[in-house]
Design a protein around this ligand. Structure first.
Ligand SMILES: Cc1cc2nc3c(=O)[nH]c(=O)nc-3n(C[C@H](O)[C@H](O)[C@H](O)COP(=O)(O)O)c2cc1C
Length: 207
């Protein structure tokens, strides 16, 4: 089959795009607003984009408020900081709950029964239940124009200035033990995948 996204002529019951670009890592973004209210939300339009300096991005669609910003985007643009927590099998329900469409006054960390930890370099808290936290300094936003105003996306870039790794997910040799982390990723529709011992394989790169 072939279709042109703008013509929406795929003829399928659901838009297949999100089911093709998979698996997507989940950036579980914590931030704080200028009044100090914490916010937490998962973003699967998320990835690392460079090594030095380590840089991550996530892409936020339009929010429901007058400024049409999701809380994460508004907070980060206002404060210049955020934390990216890694979502795992153990935190899957809390991660899902934190995606609730709630007003900026709602602290989804508390709502999801999670424990905030102070960060070292930024005001946004880390999530204790996550094995890895990336403390990030906001770099810039790139606007992705949509077909309508409701389709606009804001791609937020941040430099990772501090990294916390739970020692329990390091091997004796000092490698990150992906099998122990229980990382989950986003697939299409309502599907997710878990990275475990069965799904990992290694390959040497050609010289
Ligand atoms: C696994 C998962 C991934 C998501 N990825 C995105 C995303 O990449 N971009 C987006 O705008 N919303 C995404 N959402 C929806 C947001 O989490 C949701 O709109 C949330 O309420 C935004 O919160 P905020 O306004 O506090 O930032 C995702 C939801 C889930 C459950």
């Amino acid at each position: 089959m072939f279709y042109e996204p703008k013509k929406k002529n795929h003829g399928l019951p659901k838009n297949p795009f999100n089911s093709l670009i998979v698996p997507r890592p989940i950036g579980w973004i914590s931030s704080v607003d200028t009044a100090g209210v914490c916010n937490l939300a998962p973003y699967s339009f998320f990835n690392a984009v460079s090594y030095q300096p380590p840089t991550v991005m996530f892409s936020a669609g339009a929010g429901a408020g007058d400024d049409r910003l999701k809380d994460s985007a508004r907070n980060i643009e206002a404060t210049g900081e955020f934390v990216c927590n890694l979502a795992t099998w153990d935190t899957r329900d809390a991660m899902n709950l934190s995606s609730i469409s709630a007003g900026p006054e709602v602290d989804e960390i508390a709502l999801a029964g999670l424990t905030p930890l102070p960060s070292q370099l930024v005001k946004a808290p880390r999530i204790q239940q996550a094995p890895v936290h990336l403390e990030c300094r906001y770099i810039k936003t790139v606007d992705i124009p949509g077909w309508t105003e409701a389709d606009n996306y804001k791609v937020i870039f941040g430099e990772v200035i501090g990294i916390h790794i739970d020692d329990a997910v390091l091997t004796d040799e000092g490698l990150v033990d992906i099998r122990k982390m229980g990382i989950i990723s986003r697939l299409g529709y309502n599907d997710y995948a878990r990275v475990d011992g069965e799904s990992v394989f290694s390959m040497e790169r050609p010289g």
